[in-house]
Design a protein around this ligand. Structure first.
Ligand SMILES: Nc1nc2c(ncn2[C@@H]2O[C@H](COP(=O)(O)OP(=O)(O)OP(=O)(O)O)[C@@H](O)[C@H]2O)c(=O)[nH]1
Ligand SMILES: [K+]
Ligand SMILES: [Mg+2]
Length: 428
């Protein structure tokens, strides 16, 4: 196994940069730079020198001993001054050492996966955490990184292995007297897993939104003040505004953190009948994007005649409240009136939906769980058919187990069979 190294912190100027090494020569390589007698596991402040003894930098050397490390291998981390030149000098020295090479992207994490330090879902959670920009994303990524999906999948797997082993027992001892009918217990185990799976599958779409962001479209007739509102929400001049009806044509997207939720606001063309070809294209695009958005804010006196259906949860507000007499519940992009209330309305509407988010966060998870569900449904149907097709039912359960194992990247049929027979004791 190669020893790999890479800059683990971000490129560029910083107070501190972290260079990470992992593999059998990690400690030896750290000692070549920082001097001998590094602890197997600990921290030292040392001068770092190149092969000729010239000083490179001074830094903190952390050593971890496998398997108690991120990758499961021997690991060393060098915390040095975060300048491009210092980092390059140390990386250069490391690449000159025998048996060391620069790590591929994600290679430390891949080793962690291969050494059983994390499962595949946790690897995905780690990637999400690194990408997280808002509080909701951070919390969701932390749950996945903590292994919650793996634990859930493990529980399902145990139940299904138990169910499969009950069926196997009937098959293997078909000639003998099997004292009890296993069908009720198998049915109970399988339907329990199926109901969990259904709610997780239903929650993936919204969990995926938390991960990638919600789209909120601002719609209304021309000159309603949509672009002015977008700018007020974004806190910058993201869109052109003017007194000319039909100013906005393309969809303008502004990504923001809205009370902890990742939201992309869409400013769209004013909706009306028009003979202007280009404006018509903009209006068609506006309708399409608004239809597909997670939420629509209608900036209009009424929502009729705009050609976009008002969907449950959508928000309707009266524009240009500053020009109206005695309207307290409208908004004004110009004066800021009602903007805070609009923000909390949007975040409320979206947070209500996030309550149904599950632990599974990706299409990959959804596909695997759907596959498991289908197999379990088939297995139950076979069982209920009354024909003694236990082997076929057991095969469906095994298909479901394999699909669930792919959630966490563990597909090992041998292991599954071992467990089936180890967990099952007929007692005779
Ligand atoms: N008094 C007042 N004027 C506003 C307000 N919002 C926008 N306006 C003005 O109304 C005009 C149209 O504003 P825009 O933001 O361009 O309206 P829009 O809905 O984006 O218009 P289109 O892109 O053409 O559909 C501009 O002259 C704005 O200055 C508001 O809240 N109060
Ligand atoms: K306008
Ligand atoms: Mg506009």
């Amino acid at each position: 196994m190669d020893t790999i190294f890479a800059l683990a912190s971000a490129q560029g100027k910083a107070g501190v940069a972290v260079i990470r090494l992992s593999g059998p020569l990690a400690h030896e390589a750290a000692a070549a730079l920082a001097g001998p007698d590094l602890p197997a596991r600990g921290m030292r402040l040392r001068g770092l020198r190149d092969a000729d003894g010239a000083r490179l930098d001074e830094g903190v050397v952390l050593t971890f001993q496998g398997p108690s490390s991120f990758t499961g291998e021997d690991v060393a981390e060098l915390q040095i001054h975060g300048s491009t030149a210092s980092v390059n000098a140390v990386l250069h020295c490391l690449s000159d050492m025998d048996g060391l090479r620069m790590a591929e992207p994600g290679e430390f994490t891949r080793r962690a996966l291969e050494n059983g330090k994390m499962d595949l879902a946790q690897v995905e959670g780690l990637a999400d955490l690194i990408d997280a920009e808002t509080e909701a994303q951070r919390k969701q990524a932390q749950a996945v990184l903590a292994g919650e999906l793996g634990q859930l999948a493990e529980r399902w797997r145990r139940d299904l292995i138990r169910a499969a082993s009950l069926l196997e027992a009937v098959i293997d001892f078909a000639d003998e007297d099997v004292p009890t009918d296993v069908t009720p217990e198998v049915r109970g185990l399988v339907s329990g897993v199926m109901s969990d799976l259904k709610s997780e599958v239903a929650g993936v779409r919204i969990a995926e939104r938390i991960r990638t962001g919600f789209e909120v479209a601002i719609v209304g007739p021309p000159n309603a003040g949509k672009s002015t509102l977008l700018n007020a929400l974004a806190g910058r001049e993201a869109a052109i505004t003017s007194e000319y009806a039909g100013t906005t044509r393309d969809v303008i997207e502004v990504r923001m953190d809205l009370a902890g939720l990742p939201v992309t606001l869409l400013d769209t063309a004013g909706l009306r009948e028009t003979s202007d070809h280009v404006e018509g294209l903009g209006i068609a695009l506006a309708r399409q994007r608004a239809d597909n958005a997670d939420l629509r804010v209608f900036l209009a006196d009424g929502t009729e005649g705009l050609g976009i259906p008002f969907q449950p949860g959508d928000i309707h507000v009266l524009p240009k409240a500053d020009l109206r007499d005695g309207t307290e519940d409208g908004i004004s992009g110009k004066t800021g009136q009602g903007i805070d209330r609009l923000i909390s309305q949007i975040s409320c509407a979206l947070s209500q939906r996030t309550a149904t988010a599950g632990i599974a966060t990706r299409e990959r998870h959804r596909v695997a769980m759907k596959k498991a569900l289908a197999a379990l449904g088939d297995g139950l149907a076979v069982l209920e058919s009354g024909a003694d097709l236990y082997d076929i039912a057991a095969e469906e359960l095994r298909t479901a187990i394999r699909a669930l194992e792919s959630l966490v990247g563990r597909i090992d049929v041998e292991n599954l069979l071992d467990e089936i027979f180890a967990s099952f004791c007929l007692g005779k």
